[in-house]
Design a protein around this ligand. Structure first.
Ligand code: AMP
Length: 492
């Protein structure tokens, strides 16, 4: 068969799968609505019988992850104007419409403005970036010297986000900032560094590469060091690179260390790098929101994809992150969802930097509503409006679980997480439940006939997704590996 015939045949089969899937989706939805309607009539005459709404409201009746939430904490200051910030900075804060500080800002900024080193226990979403950026920019306004601050972050995405916050807050004072991360051209970055930026946001491996190899670049005049998501920096084995960096930067500096958790390793890092720090903490507040509804669904491993498609169908249009354990699962699952007509993109460490940012931006802007991600995306990303987190694969530890589900129910919004548990995941799952100290409610499975009808088509689409995944993998070049320090540590 000629190659053009082959392509035509393949395209036809994809089109046929798509059409069938569309049909089956509609049928499943209708059936689901019918079932819902009759059960709603029995249970509650006033209930709204829209599938999504029912699922969310069902969820709101269960209890929160933890009770450590403290919504009534007194703020140390109520407006940024009280802080005697320079007018440029106040103007930028006004432009960003930050009317009052978040709790971590209220705790940290007054100490930081006194010149203290800070340990901040806070997660992404708490406003921690501005908590360290505002005092640094206030100090920079008076000094205006190059290489003033170095911000270290574990992932490229987080580094780009931090740079965005600095640029926004520094927009009125002529701030020059640069983002130095792996996967980008070293020569371009060397040129950017030669332009003497005030703020460098970097992943540790790549900035160390430049400190070692870029002529004329050093951080001898650096005044501020920030280690953001320090627990993750250490989890990703950046410890040795951090030690190296700490040796080549001035001992006389101000240091901020932000972390979601306080572990022994973090305490060791703190002793090695901070000087008489003040510890501020609003750590678990945003991860354990009252309005986060968690549940689990026991599924047969062979039906995992079918259940996933059923859930995507049920929550159609909702912003959803599907977490997978491996790159291959993320790639294949995103393709499967797309073949079946859903708006999904993958996010994992094997994509190029441009592809990763592309996926993230599409998801952030709402162009696509489903992000299929490995744990690279679980932390550090500022994705404000996620309605649903689906753990397609169970996370390997409770810390990752908390971080994954923390992507939803943020800033007062309601949110839901569903973990798919197969016969092979039980041991891992029970350990997570033990760490959470609670049993998660079981999600109802769809009716057997809906599942069976959907299964045939999902199976076909899965075969096509596997074929396309292989094609992508072959194109990328088997086994090609990036050598940067900041390769994401994730299973292939
Ligand atoms: P972060 O925890 O730094 O990732 O910040 C999470 C989000 O909160 C970002 O979108 C910030 O723009 C936003 N933010 C930070 N500080 C404030 C504030 N004081 N008021 C309102 N939004 C804020």
């Amino acid at each position: 068969m000629s190659s053009s015939n082959k392509i035509q045949k393949k395209t036809k089969s994809i089109d046929a799968t798509k059409k069938l899937a569309e049909k089956i989706k509609k049928q499943a939805l209708l059936k689901q609505k019918e079932l819902q309607k009759s059960s709603n009539q029995d249970a509650d005459a006033d209930a709204d019988n829209s599938t999504t709404h029912t699922a969310l409201s069902k969820a709101t009746s269960t209890s929160p992850v933890s009770s450590t939430v403290d919504p009534d904490a007194q703020l140390k200051f109520n407006t940024f104007a009280e802080l005697k910030l320079v007018p440029d900075l106040l103007e930028a804060i006004q432009q960003l419409k930050y009317t009052k500080p978040t709790p971590i800002q209220s705790e940290a900024i007054p100490y930081a403005l006194e010149g203290k080193d800070i340990i901040g226990l806070a997660v992404t979403g708490s406003g921690k970036t501005a908590a360290f950026a505002i005092p640094i920019l206030q100090s920079l306004w008076h000094a205006q010297t190059p290489y003033f601050g170095l911000i270290l972050a574990p992932t490229r995405e987080l580094a780009f986000q931090i740079k965005e916050t600095f640029d926004a807050l520094g927009s009125t004072m002529g701030l020059r900032s640069v983002c130095i991360v792996g996967g980008m051209d070293m020569m371009d970055q060397a040129r950017d560094l030669m332009r003497k930026p005030h703020i460098i946001v970097a992943t540790p491996g790549r900035i160390m590469d430049h400190l070692e190899h870029t002529k004329g670049f050093n951080l001898k005049n650096m005044k501020y060091l920030v280690m953001d998501e320090a627990d993750r920096l250490l989890d990703m084995d950046f410890g040795p690179v951090l030690d190296k960096i700490l040796k080549v930067i001035p001992a006389k500096r101000t240091t901020y260390l932000f972390s979601a958790t306080m572990t022994n390793k973090i305490e060791k890092l703190q002793r090695a790098s901070l000087n008489n720090p003040v510890k501020v903490s609003v750590s678990t507040k945003y991860q354990t929101a009252d309005n986060l509804i968690q549940s689990m669904m026991l599924v047969n491993d062979g039906y995992k994809n079918t259940i996933l498609i059923h859930l995507l169908n049920e929550f159609m249009g909702k912003s959803t992150i599907v977490f997978t354990r491996t790159v291959a699962h993320a790639q294949r699952t995103a393709l499967l969802a797309r073949i079946l007509g859903f708006n999904a993109v993958p996010l994992h460490g094997q994509l190029s930097q441009a592809q990763r940012l592309g996926s993230l931006n599409k998801f952030k802007s709402g162009t696509v509503n489903i992000l299929v991600a490995t744990d690279v995306a679980a932390r550090g990303l500022d994705i404000p409006s996620v309605d649903l987190v689906i753990n397609y694969d169970v996370p390997t530890d409770s810390k990752s679980y908390i971080h994954r589900v923390g992507r939803t129910a943020r800033a007062g919004r309601s949110g839901k997480s569903i973990s798919l548990i197969t016969q092979y995941d039980l041991e891992m799952y029970l350990r997570i439940e033990q760490a959470l100290d609670k049993k998660l409610p079981k999600e109802d499975k769809p009716a057997r006939e809906i599942l069976d009808a959907l299964h045939i088509h999902v199976d076909k689409a899965t075969a096509e997704a596997i074929r396309q995944t292989k094609e992508i993998h072959d194109k990328r070049g088997n086994g090609r590996r990036r050598k940067n320090y900041d390769d994401d540590r994730e299973e292939k």
